[in-house]
Design a protein around this ligand. Sequence first.
Ligand SMILES: *[C@@H]1O[C@H](CO)[C@@H](O)[C@H](O)[C@H]1NC(C)=O
Length: 223
Amino acid sequence: MADPNKIHPTERVAEVLPILPKQPPSRSRSSSCCCRFICATIGILLFLLIVVAAAAGVLYLVFKPKIPQYSVDSLQISDLRLNLDMSLYARFDVKVTATNPNEHVGIHYEKGGQISVWYQKDMLCAGKIPTFYQGHRNVTKLDVVLTGDHESGSTILTALQQQQQSGGIPLNLKVSAPVAIQLGGFKTMKVKVRGDCSLVVDSLSTNSLVSIQSSSCRFGLKL
Ligand SMILES: *[C@@H]1O[C@H](CO)[C@@H](O)[C@H](O)[C@H]1NC(C)=O
């Protein structure tokens, strides 16, 4: 027989129900729930950010990435003349040494890399850097043919000849190379390596090796 003092489950529900209106109205409950959702999302994002930053820091410490270096070994002017339309045709053959100083980072030279030679603000000629993979601590010599036409040919040629008579022609050799970084087994992010070498050459005589009187290079990265 049922104990009269024992509350029947349905009675218990009936007893609980009248309490319901005392609970906060459903509207504010949904907004606090929404706030909790936003807080949780921000929390997770912050957490992920910290994890990514920590991982980047660890990768940096483990791999100690360094910017690749370039040096200009030789420069030969195979052609430098005025075209019939008075534009300046230039063809330079340059030998550049590209050094990957990294012990743990490989470099993929991707499509679109170029080397160009400038006289002040005028680009004389440009050529493509071949695509290749450069392993750890590898030194690779690149032979690059640079060609170009510049429209205000006689002005530049006169300026170059005057420079030559005064002892040395200042030129800039610029490297712009999109590369992908190889960390262990992973080909990771792409960056653009930029190099700028200031050269002073003694002459512009064609088909003989031009002697480079001085050369200094600066390097940088662009994400
Ligand atoms: C450097 O890398 C190039 C291109 O991958 C390769 O041909 C050359 O043999 C490597 N040099 C050394 C010393 O490993």
